[in-house]
Design a protein around this ligand. Structure first.
Ligand code: PAF
Length: 282
């Protein structure tokens, strides 16, 4: 497995792999890998001839009061996991390599970034799109693999790839959960054991909504209220948003009469967690 730190070398290696006729899969990460990432790597390995993973904690997608400085890091463990998952190259640049003095470009999506996390984390998606756009230009993949837990991120990237004619197939992979249902996330590491118990309220909320819809409830307000009540009955929880929306546009819906997205962002203590499910009528 090659460990590559410069943009120039990564581009050279990818270009050579392409010229040799390989399909390149790419899994971008911020490191501190968990089973969710391992699943993305598994899919990437299965679908491509060469698998590239990046590790880069991207400063431009964190707000000034967010957890950039304390974001968990474990390069040694990540490299071991990458090796076991059959990664061919890990791209791990420095911040200076990615954003040299004088850097000034942005990639901005106008609509789907205005909802959900885009509302509560202003500037977050501009940070995600610029870094992912750069990573795509550097690793030159045919396929890029993202988790469905970050549902909005997934559709923002799909839209960017379409709008900018990047010619990359973006693949979404279902959320991997702990045995008790908690969605895997590097940020779960911040939770105390009491907070960890309360964090289960997100999955319980999604399950409750699914049951309500299965039993015939079609009123978004009633579903959202029931989910809110369930979550707030758990200690340390504070709701950032509960949205029932159109899964492509992320705009609020008036009635659950077609597949819709239930997306949650909840603070548990100081940790902000997200989760989602697609609700269907049957
Ligand atoms: O999902 C993540 O870990 C990050 O947002 C990504 C896609 C690696 C961009 O920094």
């Amino acid at each position: 497995m090659q460990i590559i730190k410069t943009i120039e070398l990564m581009q050279e290696v990818s270009e050579k792999w392409r010229m040799d006729g390989n399909i390149i899969s790419f899994v971008p990460t911020m490191g501190f890998l968990h089973q969710g990432h391992i699943e993305l790597l598994r899919v990437g390995r299965e679908k491509g001839d060469r698998l590239i993973m990046s590790i880069f904690v991207n400063p431009t997608q964190f707000g000034p009061k967010e957890d950039y400085e304390k974001y968990p890091r474990d390069t040694g463990g990540d490299l071991n996991n990458a090796r076991s998952a059959g990664v061919d190259a890990v791209f791990m640049p420095t911040v200076e390599e990615m954003y040299p003095e004088g850097f000034q470009s942005t990639v901005r999506l106008e609509e789907i970034t205005q909802h959900l996390c885009g509302k509560s984390r202003p500037g977050h998606f501009a940070g995600v799109t610029i870094v992912v756009g750069k990573l795509f230009n550097i690793t030159k993949p045919h396929l890029a693999i993202f988790g469905e837990k970050d549902y909005q991120q997934l559709i923002v990237i799909k839209q960017m790839v379409k709008d900018l004619n990047m010619g990359i197939e973006v693949i979404g992979v279902p959320t991997v959960r702990e045995k008790d249902g908690l969605a895997m996330s590097s940020r779960n590491n911040y939770l105390s054991s009491e907070e960890r118990a309360s964090a289960l309220s997100l999955k319980k909320g999604l399950d409750l909504a699914r049951d309500m819809v299965a039993k015939g409830e079609r009123n978004p307000a009633k579903i959202k209220n029931a989910v809110m009540e369930l979550i707030l009955n758990h200690p340390f929880t504070e709701i950032d948003y509960i949205a029932l929306c159109n899964p492509e546009k992320l705009t609020d819906i008036k009635r659950v009469d077609r597949p819709c997205l239930l997306a949650l962002a909840v603070r548990v203590g100081n940790t902000r967690l997200i989760d989602n499910v697609i609700l269907r009528e049957n």
